[in-house]
Write a protein that binds this ligand. Structure first.
Ligand code: NAD
Length: 511
C-alpha cells in the first residue's frame, strides 16, 4: 500500500489557523503564547514526514500559567454554582460547534482514524454537559456530635489543579480530567503530551470563547522534563491529576509527596480479556478485536492479554487472526479507515521491539492485513502472539500497540490466577454464558473496571481508575467530586448542654 494522498500537514495547518489563530503554543490567560524553550518537531504518524514544529513552553511560561490560574479560580468560585454550570454547558456547546475541525486536527496529529476522533470529540461535549449539571450539587453535610456543637462539613475546591495528559487520546483525556475539576470549583493547568498539544490548546481557547474566565483553563505546551517539572514546582498547584506511563507516574507521585499535595494517578495496564469455552465465540472475537486493535492498541484499557480456555484456544486464535486480517488500515483522514499507525517514532520502536522479543522467545506470530501495510510512517499491523506464557515479556510489559498475547488456561481458577499475575490492575473482561461464573470472575479479578461479554465501554458518569500499579484515585463519576474537593469541618458552639448533645434531644423533652 502506498502512502500517496496522505495530507496531514495541510490539515494540521488549516486546523491550527482555524482553532489557534495560526500559532502553536501554550494558552495563557486566553492568549496563545509561544514557548521560550527548545524546538519540538511533530511528525505525521502516517508518513513519518514532518508535520509542524513549536517551541517548548519553558519555566517562565509555566509559572505565568500557574499564577494566572490562581487568579481565575478566585473569579470562578465567586460566581454562583448555577452560573458555573451554565458556563460549562456553554463550553460543551462550543466544542460541538467546532467538532469537525477538532476531529480533523486530532486525526492529523495522532494518526488515529478520523471516525474515532469524531467519536472522542462528541464524548468530550457530553462530559461538559454531564459536569455542568453537577456544579450546583456539590453539597456538604451535618454531623451529629456528642457535644453542644453544630458541625457542618463543606466540600471546598483544591484551588489550582495540574492535569498532565498523554498522547493517545489527547482531547478526550483533557475533557476527562479538566471538566470535573472545573465543576468542583477549581482552575486547571493542562499539560498535554509534547507529541500532541494541538487540540488541547484549542480546548483552552474554546473555554474562553465559551465564557469561562480567562486563565481558568491554562494550557502549557511542552516537554515533561522542562515545562512539566516547572509546573510541578509552581506553588499555586494544589493537586495533580496524571494520566500516563508508570515511570513518569512514579516520578510525579514522588514530587507530589515531597510537596504534600494529593494526586490522582491513571497509569497503564496489561488487562486480561478472558474467553471461556462456553462463550458466544463470534461475539468474543469481535470483542477481542475491539479490546486490542481499536486505537491501534494505544489504549490504557487495551485487552492486551487474551486468556482463552485451552479446549477452544487454537480455534479462537484462528478466528481472531482471520477477522483481524480484514481490518482496514489506511489514511487516518479517510472516514472509512479502521486502523491507523501508532502515534510517534518512539512508540513505533517500542512496539516493534516487543513484537521481535515475543517472536524471539518462540511465540507464533499472526499478522496479515489483506490490504497490506503502508511502507513509510509508524505502521504496526494488528498482531497476535500465540503460544505465550504469562511470564513472557510480552505478557508482562505494557506494549501500547495493536499486539495481543494469547495465553491458554485450563479452568476458572487458573484464568483468575493468570489475570491477577501482573502488577497492573486497570481493567479486564470475561466472556461466558454462565451467569454465576461471570459474577465470580468479576469479583476475583483485581481491576478498576471489568466487563462481562463486552469490552472498552467507559462513561463520564462511572468511576474509572486503577488498582495496583495502574494507579489510584478516580477522576470520573461522583467519586471525582470527592477527589477534586477537600472536606472542611466547621464547628459552631451553640450553647446547648453538652451532655445531651445538639440534635440528640427527643422532641418535647427538656427545654
Ligand atoms: P508518559 O508517561 O511518557 O507521558 C505522559 C505525560 O507526562 C506527558 O504529558 C509528559 O510530557 C508528562 N511527563 C513526563 N515526565 C514528566 C515529568 N517529569 N514531569 C511532568 N510531566 C511529565 O506517557 P505517554 O507515553 O505519553 O502515554 C502512554 C501511557 O499513558 C501508557 O502507559 C498508557 O497506559 C497511559 N495511559 C493511561 C490512561 C489511564 O487512564 N489509566 C489513559 C491513557 C493512557
Amino acid at each position: 500500500m502506498a502512502n500517496a494522498g496522505f495530507a496531514a500537514a495541510a490539515v494540521a495547518a488549516r486546523g491550527v489557523a482555524a482553532l489557534l489563530g495560526g500559532r502553536v503554543g501554550s494558552v495563557v490567560d486566553g492568549q496563545v503564547v509561544e514557548g521560550q524553550g527548545a524546538a519540538i518537531g511533530l511528525d505525521d504518524p502516517a508518513t513519518g514526514l514532518p508535520l509542524l514544529g513549536y517551541a517548548d513552553a519553558g519555566a517562565a511560561v509555566a509559572r505565568q500559567a500557574a499564577a494566572g490560574a490562581a487568579r481565575a479560580q478566585r473569579a470562578w468560585i465567586a460566581l454562583s454554582a448555577a452560573e458555573r454550570g451554565r458556563r460549562i454547558w456553554a463550553f460543551g456547546a462550543a466544542i460541538r460547534a467546532e467538532a469537525e475541525a477538532l476531529a480533523l486536527l486530532e486525526c492529523a496529529n495522532t494518526g488515529k482514524p478520523l471516525r474515532d476522533c469524531r467519536g472522542e470529540v462528541a464524548r468530550v461535549a457530553e462530559m461538559a454537559e454531564y459536569w455542568a449539571g453537577w456544579c450546583d450539587k456539590v453539597e456538604g453535610r451535618v454531623v451529629s456530635v456528642p457535644s453542644g456543637h453544630f458541625v457542618t462539613v463543606r466540600r471546598e475546591p483544591m484551588g489550582v489543579v495540574l492535569a498532565i495528559t498523554p498522547w493517545n487520546a489527547p482531547l478526550f483525556t483533557a475533557g476527562w480530567n479538566v471538566l470535573p475539576a472545573l465543576a468542583a470549583g477549581n482552575a486547571v493547568v493542562l499539560k498535554p503530551s509534547e507529541y500532541t498539544p494541538l487540540t488541547s490548546a484549542a480546548f483552552g481557547l474554546l473555554a474562553v470563547k465559551a465564557g469561562l474566565p480567562a486563565g481558568l483553563v491554562q494550557v502549557v505546551a511542552g516537554n515533561g522534563a522542562t515545562s512539566g517539572e516547572a509546573l510541578l514546582g509552581a506553588p499555586e498547584v494544589a493537586m495533580v491529576t496524571f494520566v500516563g506511563g508508570a515511570a513518569s507516574g512514579a516520578r510525579i507521585a514522588g514530587a507530589c509527596a515531597a510537596r504534600m499535595i494529593p494526586c490522582v494517578m491513571e497509569l497503564g495496564g496489561k488487562s486480561a480479556n478472558i474467553v471461556f469455552a462456553d462463550a458466544d465465540l463470534p461475539a468474543a472475537v469481535q470483542g477481542a478485536q475491539q479490546a486490542i486493535f481499536a486505537g491501534s492498541g494505544q489504549s490504557c484499557v487495551a485487552g492486551s492479554r487474551l486468556l482463552v480456555q485451552r479446549s477452544v484456544h487454537d480455534r479462537f486464535v484462528a478466528m481472531l487472526a482471520e477477522a483481524s486480517s480484514r481490518i482496514r488500515l489506511g489514511d487516518p483522514l479517510d472516514g472509512a479507515t479502521e486502523a491507523g499507525p501508532v502515534c510517534n517514532a518512539r512508540q513505533f520502536a517500542h512496539v516493534r521491539g516487543l513484537v521481535e522479543a515475543g517472536a524471539a522467545a518462540g511465540a507464533d506470530v499472526f499478522t496479515a492485513p489483506r490490504g497490506g501495510v503502508p511502507e513509510a510512517g509508524f505502521w504496526v499491523p494488528p498482531t497476535i502472539l500465540a503460544g505465550v506464557t504469562n511470564d513472557a515479556r510480552v505478557a508482562q510489559e505494557e506494549i501500547f500497540g495493536p499486539v495481543v498475547a494469547a495465553i491458554p488456561f485450563e479452568d476458572e481458577a487458573e484464568a483468575i490466577a493468570i489475570a491477577n499475575a501482573t502488577p497492573f490492575g486497570l481493567a479486564g473482561a470475561a466472556w461466558t454464558r454462565d451467569v454465576g461464573r461471570a459474577h465470580r470472575v468479576a469479583a476475583a479479578v483485581r481491576a478498576g473496571t471489568f466487563w462481562i461479554n463486552g469490552y472498552r465501554t467507559i462513561h463520564v458518569s462511572v468511576p474509572f481508575g486503577g488498582f495496583g500499579a495502574s494507579g489510584h484515585g478516580r477522576s470520573s463519576g461522583q467519586e471525582a467530586l470527592m477527589a477534586y474537593t477537600q472536606a472542611k469541618a466547621v464547628w459552631v458552639e451553640t450553647g446547648v448542654e453538652p451532655a445531651l448533645g445538639f440534635g440528640h434531644r427527643p422532641a418535647g423533652v427538656g427545654g
